[in-house]
Design a protein around this ligand. Sequence first.
Ligand SMILES: Cc1ncc(COP(=O)(O)O)c(C=O)c1O
Length: 512
Amino acid sequence: VATRNIHLTGILYSHYDSYAVKRVPSGISPVIAIDKKAAKPLYRQLYDGYRKAIVDGNVRAGQRVPSTRVLAQELAISRMPVLSAYAQLLAEGYFESRVGSGTIVSRLLPERITAVRTSNAPPARISPERRRLSKRCSTLPSAEGFYRRRGLGPFVVSQVAAEHFPLQAWNRLMTRHSRSMHARSLDFGDPMGLKELREAIAIHLRTARGVRCEAQQIMIVSGSQQGLEITARALLDPENRVWMEEPGYNFARSVFAFMRCRVVTVPVDTEGLSVAAGMRKWREARAALVTPSHQYPLGVTMSASRRLQLLDWAERYGSWIIEDDYDSEYRYESMPVTSLQGLDRNSRVVYIGTFSKVLFPSLRLGYVVIPTDLVERFLAVRFAMDISPATFHQAVLADFVREGELARHIRRMRLLYAERRSALIENLRNELGSFVEIAGAEAGMHLCVMLKGISDREMAVRAARQNLHLLPLSPFYAGNAPQQGFILGFGSTSVEEMPDAVRKLRIVLDSR
Ligand SMILES: Cc1ncc(COP(=O)(O)O)c(C=O)c1O
C-alpha cells in the first residue's frame, strides 16, 4: 500500500488517496458547479459544494466519495484544489477515511446536519387538485397489502415449498451461465424470449398440457401478469366488455380496469364459468378470462361441455378467450386435464402460463402462447412496453427444463404438496367438522373453505391479531353476493405445522 503524504497549507494529507493493492471503488462525483473565473478559490468552491450536497441530503452518510484524481479529472481542474478541499472536509469531520478503503462521507455527522431536507415530500402549499393523476391510475387498488402478506406463516397463498427447491441444481446452472457470459450476451435479447427456452417450453406444453403450439408462438414474459397486460393491450380497447369469473382473480381485474375495459362478472358453478349466464349478461363481449384447469379462487375444473360451449361462443361472436393456466402441473386425484387451448380449432385462445407456482415467484418468468396470426402484433406491443425480456435467467431456466430438472421437480413437489394438502384437509375435518365445506382441493397449492354465517374479513382481522394471516374469499367477488370463506395456501406449510395452524384457525372461528 503506497499512502502518500502531501503537505499543503499546513495540513497533512494522507489516506484519502491510498493506492491499495485491493482496488478501492470510486464514488460518484457529485454535481458541484465550478466557476474557474470566479474570485472564490476553486478549493473553497469545492468545499462549499460538498458541504451543501451533504446538508441537502444529496450526498449521504457512509457514501463513498470519488478519489481526488477522478474528481479532478471529471471537473477538468488540477488536483491541488481537490486535495485541499478534501483535507478541509476531512479535518472538519465531514469525511472519514481509512487506509485501503477510501474516503466516505462521515457516518458520525450530527443529525442536525444530515436530517435536514432528506425527504422528497412535495411542498405543503401545492393543493391536491394541482397534482392530477390519470383516472385509471387513481382507481387502481393499493398494492400495500401485498407486502404485508408475504412470508407470514401458514396458509399464505402463492408461496411455494422454497426449502425443497433444488437450489444445488439451479446454482450449478447459474454458475455455468455466468461463467460463459461473453460480449455478445450483453446485447438486447430476442423480443419473443430466448429461443432455447421457447423450444423447451413448447415441448413441455405440447406433452404435459396438450397445448397446440410451436416455439415461434411462445413469448416469454415476466410472469403471467405481464402476459395478461400484453394480451389485454393487443386485443382490447377501452369500453370493451370482458367476461371475468365471479369470484375471480383480482390481479387480472386490475389489468382490465387499467385498460378501461368493462368487466362483466359471470358466475362460476360446479362446471366452471357459466357460458349461458355470460351470454345473458353480455353476449358480444370482446374476451373472456378463464382459469379452466383450476378456477381461481374456487378451484373448480371446467367441464368438457362448458369448454366446448365457451369455444363455440368465442367463434360465433368473434371473441377471444384468455386461458390463465397458472398451477395445473399439480393435480392430485386425476390425470392432468388438457388445456382449453388444445381443444380450440379456431385460434381463439391465448394461453398464459407461469413458473411462479411450479418453480418460484421471484423468478418472474412466464409465457404466452399466441395464435400464429397475432404474433407480430403482440410483438409490437411488447416492444412498446419493455423491448425484450432479460436474458440471463431464461438461459438458466432453458437448461433446467432441458436437463430434466423441471420434470423431476414437478414429480417431487406433486408428492410433497399432496401430503400437505391431505394434512390440511384432515386437520380441517378434525377441528371444524361439518361446519366447514372444502372446495377446489383437486389441484394447485391452495383450497377454499366456505363458511356460513360469518364475515370473513372481520375474522381475518381478528386472526391477524393472533398472528394468523388468512386470505378472505369475499373480496374476490365483484358483485354484491359474495360467499364467505378463506383461501388457504398449503404450499409453504409443512405437514408438522398443519395441526397447530388449523387449531389456531378454529380458535379464531370459535371466538365469534
Ligand atoms: C390466477 C392466478 N394467475 C396467475 C398467477 C401468477 O402470477 P405471476 O405469474 O404473475 O406470478 C397467480 C398467482 O400467484 C394466480 O393466482
